[in-house]
Design a protein around this ligand. Structure first.
Ligand SMILES: [Zn+2]
Length: 149
């Protein structure tokens, strides 16, 4: 099997929440960076699907408001965080700043964007309440730029 970068991370040693530069790739002079936006402690906690799905809808917009060159932000299958892929190589501290902004914005929301059967693949599986709960929890803990705390 091809080496997968995230499988080389020792998930027992990290201390969430954190932002980690997971990889940088360059083809034909164009650079793309992948980030690990880790919200919860691996193998200790995970977000319910409604929370992670609602946060996905929110951060898709809010992160792009603050950070240039976002290509994609997708939930991790383990539901402990998100992967983000960007053009170029943004600094981790700028990603954290954008993430703090995004989570603060989540706390102000009254409605989940694009939560309808036209724009979403599972529009019934959303929880604004849980999304706010996790946003608050992560902001209270503080997002670190160091993966080992
Ligand atoms: Zn959706």
């Amino acid at each position: 099997m091809t080496n997968v970068e995230s499988f080389t991370l020792d998930h027992t040693k990290v201390k969430a929440p954190f932002v980690r530069k997971a990889g940088v790739e360059e083809r034909s002079g164009v650079r793309v960076t992948k980030f690990d936006l880790r919200f919860l402690q691996p193998n200790k906690e995970e977000m319910p699907t409604g929370a992670v799905h609602t946060l996905e809808h929110f951060v898709a917009g809010f992160m792009r408001d603050k950070l240039d060159g976002v290509i994609d932000i997708s939930p991790m299958g383990c539901r402990t965080g998100f992967y983000m892929v960007t053009w170029g190589e943004p600094a981790v501290k700028d990603v954290i700043e954008a993430l703090n902004y995004s989570l603060e914005k989540v706390l102000e929301q009254e409605e989940v964007p694009a939560a309808n059967k036209l724009q979403c693949g599972n529009y019934r599986d959303h929880s604004l309440e849980d999304a706010k709960k996790y946003a608050r929890q992560i902001l209270n803990k503080g997002i670190s730029d160091k993966i080992y705390g």
